[in-house]
Write a protein that binds this ligand. Structure first.
Ligand code: UTP
Length: 293
């Protein structure tokens, strides 16, 4: 059996929902408190046991490469000033190999994954999207990798969303349920309002068998005129079983503005050195009675 050791992190999208911030700055580098969103994703991959990561970047994404590169000058400076806690933070992702490949044009998520095919070769692999940060006792990707090891089938991470939100996601039409794992009839990308087969939505974590490239090779366009990963997963599901797994943990939607601000607030409130000041400021803004301690 081949274990899942490699992960793809697609980060070549235009990030239009965060314009103008993303005109010259990749959305994956927007920080939640003091850590870029993509670092949360890389850390989840490392904690799940991934050994090699390939980040798919595009135009204007140099900051991502610089972020994961070694910065001797900064490290020297921190050592000199004996700021070892900061040095540790700067080196948090140094124990994994991070590679980069460019997607020349943002033709869609399916196309971004396809760009990394030579790096993957003939092995099962993981895909993690930066739009969702998941906090869980067992890392979300590890939960999917455990399912993969049990079934040797591709496994897609899902969670329930509100009925009125299903049109924003890839949605599954579940067949049979075994605990948190579902056999799937169909995977549908962004179904029209009111037509979703369930409210189980694909949440940016995947373990895929390499046969997915048979379908991504065709580069067929789907919803929004983009090459959709969900469409290729549906085709894969027709030749070999693909499971969905309702993973445990809280998922934060940092790919859109409200989710981004809510996540920032929640994680900042967990910091002892920030909490009281933030609560004090919120009381000032909205009044005492509205803010609990
Ligand atoms: P999104 O659709 O959420 O990202 O794609 P986006 O296109 O950058 O954002 P908006 O909608 O314009 O605000 C999900 C993930 O897939 C990557 C994105 O970078 C993001 O991490 N992606 C998307 C690519 O790498 N290439 C693409 O062609 C499309």
């Amino acid at each position: 059996m081949k274990n899942v050791k490699k992960a793809i992190i697609p980060a070549a999208g235009l990030g239009t929902r965060f314009l103008p911030a993303t005109k010259a700055m990749p959305k994956e580098m927007l920080p939640i408190v003091d850590k870029p969103t993509i670092q949360y994703i890389v850390e989840e991959a490392i904690e799940s046991g991934i050994e090699d990561i390939i980040i798919v970047t595009g135009k204007g994404k140099r900051a991502i490469e610089d972020h994961f590169d070694k910065n001797f000058e900064l490290e020297d400076n921190l050592i000199h000033k004996e700021k070892y806690d900061l040095l540790e933070k700067v080196n948090a992702t140094s124990n994994v190999e991070i590679h980069f490949i460019r997607q020349k044009e943002p033709k869609g998520l399916g196309h971004a994954v396809w760009c990394a095919r030579k790096f993957i070769g003939d092995e099962p692999f993981a895909v993690l999207l930066g739009d969702d940060i998941v906090r869980a006792d067992k890392p979300c990707l590890r939960q999917l990798m455990d399912q993969y090891e049990e079934t040797l089938s591709s496994v897609i991470g899902v969670q329930k969303v509100k009925d009125e939100e299903t049109h924003r996601y890839g949605i599954i039409d579940p067949l049979q349920q075994n605990g948190r794992r579902y056999q799937v009839n169909t995977f549908v990308e962004k179904p029209e309002r009111g037509s979703a087969p369930s409210n189980l939505a694909i949440m940016g974590r995947y373990v895929l068998n390499p046969e997915i490239f048979l379908f991504l090779d065709k580069q067929e366009k789907g919803a929004g005129g983009e090459v959709q990963l969900t469409d290729a997963i549906q085709k894969l599901n027709e030749i070999q079983r693909v499971f969905a797994f309702d993973f445990e943990g809280k998922r934060y939607d940092v790919g859109e503005k409200l989710g981004f601000v809510m996540t920032t607030l929640e994680l900042a409130l967990e910091r002892e050195n920030l909490r009281d000041n933030i609560l004090g400021y919120m009381r000032e803004l909205v009044g005492d009675s509205m803010v609990k301690s």
